[in-house]
Design a protein around this ligand. Structure first.
Ligand SMILES: [Zn+2]
Length: 327
């Protein structure tokens, strides 16, 4: 039986708070008027564009001091490990019309993350939840405890980045935006080195499995009305994209029946669809030279980063009780 607390948590995590989209809606009123006037003028002459010029290196970050003292170790370890700086580096090839800020902050007990008005907020409460859900030991499938922390943390930031891009770049989304954000997340992870991609995909899939109480669940029908897919669907979806991208790298996922064969047969098509959409819709907004440079640096330094971050993160997890009391 899927507990009510699990259902409630799944309903709020990663929800984007803003539904409207468009490049001018976030700007101050005076700026809106100026941009609107320019837009009309440009329509009239049919040449100049009112859109601000997009450019790379638009990611800002902020470590907000925690309100809850229990979150201080998470704040300190993230800062020492330069976690947001690394995310800034990861996202710096994106060409954006305005700066996008990624921040960690206390949320008064709410386990959540969201994008709103060019700011991604990830609550310390959600990070504490990820730490709490990590297994005590490495997993037999070749995934370390660190991967089950780093994978979902990266997934949360990428998922919210997807919402930001859909909004700031006015990228059309067919299907549910929450699913599209998960697809974006998996796709970016799969662009890392093979070893890193496998660790991040399986690590974040693990995070969804802890919300599934067993092979059989009973849930109220209304829980299917949520704009997010269920934890089980999100787990299968991310495994499917991994397997679709690289059947060899993720072969054991199907052999061990974590991903049923019936679904696995379709995964290369699913990955191709996502690859096509990402290439067509997001690709033009990526600074290719900067992305190439980033991947070289990331690949060279990722092991060192993990070695440095792992004991620190694991230690902060031990010190951090879950303030919301959720599972
Ligand atoms: Zn979302």
């Amino acid at each position: 039986m899927l507990s009510p607390s699990i259902g409630r948590r799944a309903a709020v995590i990663h929800r984007r708070r803003t539904k409207s989209r468009g490049p001018i809606r976030h700007k101050p009123a005076a700026m809106v008027a100026i941009v609107a006037a320019i837009a009309l003028w440009s329509l009239a002459i049919g040449t100049a564009s009112a859109a601000p010029k997009s450019k790379p290196n638009q990611i800002k970050y902020e470590y907000v001091a925690p309100k809850d003292p229990a979150h201080q170790p998470i704040h300190d370890q993230m800062k020492q490990g330069r976690a947001l700086e690394h995310l800034q580096e990861l996202l710096s090839p994106l060409r954006l019309p305005y700066p996008l800020t990624i921040k960690v902050a206390g949320c008064d007990g709410t386990i959540n993350a969201w994008y709103n008005d060019e700011v991604i907020t990830v609550c310390y409460e959600l990070l504490a939840e990820i730490l709490k859900n990590a297994p005590p030991k490495d997993l037999p499938i070749g995934i370390s405890r660190a991967d089950t922390i780093l994978g979902p943390v990266l997934a949360v930031f990428l998922h919210e980045t997807a919402h930001a891009l859909f909004n700031m770049l006015q990228i059309p989304v067919l299907g549910r935006e929450e699913d599209a954000a998960d697809q974006f997340t998996a796709y970016v992870m799969l662009k890392l080195s093979k070893d890193e991609a496998r660790r991040m995909i399986l690590g974040s899939a693990y995070h969804h499995t802890v919300q599934i109480p067993g092979p059989q669940v009973t849930v109220p029908v209304r829980s299917y009305s949520d704009d997010h897919s269920t934890a089980a669907q999100r787990m299968f979806n991310i495994l499917c994209l991994g397997y679709g991208a690289d059947k060899k790298l993720f072969a054991d996922v199907v052999e061990k029946d974590f991903l049923p064969k019936g679904r696995a047969e379709l995964c290369d098509r699913e990955y191709e669809d996502v690859d096509f959409a990402m290439t067509k819709l997001v690709g033009p907004h990526i600074d290719k030279a900067r992305a190439r440079k980033f991947h070289e640096v990331w690949a060279r330094t990722v092991s060192a980063r993990r070695a440095k971050l792992t004991p620190a993160i694991a230690e902060s997890g031990k010190q951090t009780p879950n303030p919301a009391g959720a599972q």
